[in-house]
Design a protein around this ligand. Structure first.
Ligand SMILES: Nc1nc2c(ncn2[C@@H]2O[C@H](COP(=O)(O)OP(=O)(O)OP(=O)(O)O)[C@@H](O)[C@H]2O)c(=O)[nH]1
Length: 461
């Protein structure tokens, strides 16, 4: 993902601050240097890197950390806030009738993004249409038509017409019934005057409510000049970054957002019409910095808690004291099942990103739906004593449980094996720093009140 290196290199530096309550000048300088190195490697433009790092340095040295905050959390918070400042809020895209024009360099992914956005709007209950004005690239018409078919959205184009401005006008008329009209334009270099004149004319013809600049995440230092030119020609209200699934550096896109004083609207993460995400700045930066996507996690947890209900007797801390019983596993499976795969959930917890899950055996947390269902039936056939103390289950009990649950003895063994692996895995998390895990488990239980789930937990708590 974009700027991935920043997260990992920063985490290494941050980890050295564990246990410290104050930052000295040397700490701050080391961190700032690390940030500069990562951003420059990711192709973020030099001036932006310098501005960002000097803001971070100044705040880290002058701001008093709130009482009880560790040095590490304090600097993380500052870095986070400054990065969020650069990417800005998500571009406002109201769910109401509107026209959006896409502009960008050749091959940046405009046509693909047009169809993806149309699909996205259709999932929100709106009726979108794509208007294809690209007469320049042979194949653009067919590609757009095909993708719109896949997305099951209306499409307008005219493979025989030559004037993109006329196509745009005709397209607006032909798609009158649509709520959302997405106007795709030909790829152009912003520094070529005639091409810029053409997009200005299309803009006048369709009078869009907002213009999005489509940028390939791999765009490097050229991003700044391109963004500036498009902005002065038609005005850039937001940016769609494409190809984030590749090994792109992403820094150019960040520069463009900063240069046009706009914000990110959508992220493209693949070639099919569904590979689009609405940009969400907090989650994006949290993940970038390896702090976990707290907002997303809290939403998932809250949803799971609503569905699972609470269990007052259960103390999540018990799991971290090494007494992870089959009953705990039952509850965990239930909650995790509702939240999504455990490795993804773990990735969203602060301090747990950083490839920690990668170090675990692949199947340590692999409880698929089918197995889960089998496991549930098996556990129903166990006595309370067996659930509390799985080690007491011998060969004859395995036989009995298998018969009682109508499953194979092998499956019962598998369950016991799975439990053992989860138990071992959890014991690795014991004594984790900063109480992150404990707090998260407690919150997952809704144990300390505060309106449910992780909602009340600040990212740096
Ligand atoms: N992997 C990946 N490929 C993408 C993504 N978005 C677009 N592409 C691919 O990038 C290539 C160019 O995308 P197009 O949508 O044709 O780009 P365009 O900006 O319309 O191109 P022009 O009309 O030439 O300006 C195509 O092969 C797309 O499949 C993405 O998010 N991920």
């Amino acid at each position: 993902m974009v700027l991935d290196n920043l997260g990992s290199s920063l985490r290494g530096t941050m980890d050295k601050l564990r246990g410290k309550s104050r930052l000295d000048e040397e700490d701050v300088q080391e961190i700032v240097k690390e940030i500069q190195r990562s951003l420059l490697q990711a192709d973020v433009e030099v001036d932006l890197v310098m501005d960002l790092s000097s803001n971070i340095e100044e705040r880290a040295l002058n701001e008093e950390p709130p009482g009880g905050t560790s040095a590490r959390d304090h600097i993380l918070k500052i870095v986070y806030e400054e990065m969020v400042e650069v990417v800005g809020d998500s571009t406002e895209i109201p769910l109401e009738p509107q026209t959006i024009m896409l502009a960008g360099l050749q091959g940046s992914g405009k046509t693909t993004t047009a169809a993806k956005m149309a699909w996205w709007f259709s999932t929100k209950g709106l009726r979108p249409a794509v208007i294809q004005t690209d007469t320049f690239r042979p194949g653009a018409y067919e590609q757009a038509k095909q993708m719109c078919e896949n997305a099951e959205v209306q499409f307008y184009g005219d493979p025989d017409a030559e004037d993109p401005v006329q196509i745009a006008r005709d397209g607006m008329e032909a798609t009158e019934d649509a709520d959302i009209r997405i106007v795709d334009t030909a790829g152009r270099h912003a520094l070529e005057a005639d091409l810029i004149e053409e997009i200005e004319e299309i803009e006048r013809a369709v009078a869009p409510d907002r213009n999005l600049l489509v940028l390939d995440a791999a765009i490097g230092q050229g991003a700044k000049a391109q963004a500036r030119e498009f902005d002065s020609a038609v005005g850039v209200d937001g940016v769609a970054i494409t190809k984030l699934d590749g090994t792109a550096k992403g820094g150019g896109a960040l520069t463009a957002v900063n240069e046009t004083d706009s914000s990110i609207a959508f992220l493209g993460t693949g070639e099919t019409v569904q590979d689009i995400e609405r940009f969400e700045p907090n989650g994006f930066i949290s993940r970038l910095l390896g702090m976990g996507d707290l907002k997303q996690l809290s939403e998932r947890v809250e949803r799971a808690m609503e569905e699972t209900g609470e269990d007052d007797d259960w103390e999540p801390e018990d799991m971290l004291q090494g007494s992870f019983t089959l009953k705990d596993m039952q509850r965990q499976m239930d909650a995790m099942n509702k939240m999504g795969p455990l490795d993804q959930v773990m990735d969203m917890i602060p301090g747990m990103g950083g490839g920690l899950m990668d170090q675990l055996p692949d199947d340590a947390m692999d409880v698929t739906q089918d197995r889960m269902r089998n496991f549930e039936v098996i556990m129903d056939s166990m006595t309370d004593e067996e659930l509390e103390d799985p080690r007491s289950i011998g060969a004859s009990q395995v036989q009995r449980i298998a018969r009682g649950s109508g499953t194979e003895e092998e499956t019962v063994q598998e369950l016991l094996q799975q439990h053992k692996m989860m138990d071992q895995t959890l014991s690795q998390f014991q004594g984790m720093g900063d109480g992150d895990m404990q707090r998260m488990m407690k919150k997952m239980q809704g144990g300390d009140g505060g309106g449910g789930g992780l909602g009340g937990m600040g990212p740096f708590g």
